[in-house]
Ligand binder design. Structure first.
Ligand SMILES: C[S@@+](CC[C@H](N)C(=O)[O-])C[C@H]1O[C@@H](n2cnc3c(N)ncnc32)[C@H](O)[C@@H]1O
Length: 341
């Protein structure tokens, strides 16, 4: 038996000077014990394993202008970075409340626990594992008169992307899953194995603007790829070497969007959004590729024309040079906002 109060545990073994695989990055997973390592990762513009850095926080606070006592819906809770910044503004007065939704049953409870630890109790913060497509129903059951603010930061979080077992990552090998809610619907491997070439070609073109959609669809559709690496290799073999990496990225994006029916959910949220906002209420959407941005832009423009929105963003707001340098993952972000009439 050892005298030591905390038994010594060997660090995970890895090849080379620095850990590469997600599970080997034990220092990043334990920021309390290794703050310098975490700071080094942040300084290099990367995101520490198992976390997510919120994007355009100051700009979102500026366009939403949260006031003490207001009621807010964060449709995409994620790691809770935006939620925490908003809570610090609204929770200082009675009635201030943030309702957080996320379709992910694994990360949501962790984020809730972290924010509870930061002092946000059930009186100011609630979380529901829900798809934001059902926001109108969730709100109807909770609050009459609509929300003062609604935020949607689309896509997946970096925790989801990083964890190999979730099957989103083209860099870390794992089962080809890609479901934000692992309890619902087919995995990416199942979806691809049943997809017809024309369905897959349409998904590649619409979800990721893939210029070689038909050729890639012919090579992949109807085949079973058990792992992310198997899919990445099949895509690489189907296209010329200079475009391999960007094509793999686009195919992963297109399949992820299809498996999670992301555009259907976004269209539904945009359709029901005006009815979910109180008069004068503000909405902000953070998008990461053209398929998302096109939809938000068109819905806001149409709402403005119909007089549902009193004001919408004239120009898209993008991260500045500093944020793009500090957070490499911010470079494709676009922010649009609208104010209900
Ligand atoms: C980019 S992250 C949000 C990060 C968050 N703003 C933060 O500061 O940490 C997107 C999150 O939205 C969730 N999500 C994506 N589509 C969704 C949907 N249709 N309904 C609910 N949650 C969704 C994902 O599971 C993911 O956790």
């Amino acid at each position: 038996m050892s005298d030591s109060p905390t038994p010594h545990r060997r660090r995970p073994r890895y090849r080379g000077k620095n850990p590469r695989a997600f599970h080997e990055k034990y220092k990043e997973h334990d920021p309390g014990r290794f703050p310098e390592t975490v700071q080094k990762v942040l300084d290099s513009g990367k995101t520490p394993a198992g976390t997510h850095r919120p994007i355009l926080v100051a700009e979102i606070l500026e366009v939403l202008a949260p006031q003490p006592g207001e009621f807010v819906v964060d449709c995409t809770f994620g790691y809770g970075g935006h939620a925490e910044a908003i809570l610090r503004r609204i929770a200082t007065k009675a009635g201030g409340h943030l309702l957080a939704l996320d379709t992910d049953p694994l990360e949501g409870p962790r984020t809730l626990e972290r924010l509870r630890g930061a002092g946000f109790g059930p009186d100011v913060l609630t979380w529901e594992r829900r798809n934001f497509a059902g926001l109108a129903g969730v709100l109807a059951a909770r609050r009459s008169g609509g929300a003062d603010m609604i935020l949607a930061d689309l896509g997946i979080s970096w925790m989801q992307l990083d964890v190999p077992a979730r099957g989103f990552s083209m860099k870390n090998d794992g089962p080809l899953d890609m479901r934000m809610n692992p309890g619902r619907g087919p995995t990416a491997a199942e979806w691809l194995s049943k997809a017809r070439p024309e369905t897959l070609a349409r998904a590649l073109a619409e979800n990721a603007d893939e210029p070689r959609a038909e050729a890639i669809a012919a090579a992949l559709a109807g085949k079973f790829f058990p792992t992310t690496r198997a899919l990445a290799e099949a895509v690489s073999n189907a296209v010329p070497a200079p475009v391999r990496e960007e094509t793999v990225r686009r195919v992963f994006q297109a399949v992820r969007i299809a498996v999670n029916e992301e555009f259907g959910a976004l269209d539904m949220l945009l359709r029901t959004l005006p009815g979910c906002l109180a008069p004068g209420g503000r909405a902000a959407f953070l998008t990461f590729h053209s398929g998302e941005d096109r939809r938000v832009k068109a819905a806001f423009k149409e709402g403005r024309r119909a007089g549902v929105y009193a004001e919408i963003a004239e120009e898209v707001i993008r991260p500045g040079v500093l944020e793009r340098r500090d957070n490499l993952r911010a470079s494709s972000a676009k922010l649009r906002w609208a104010r209900r009439a």
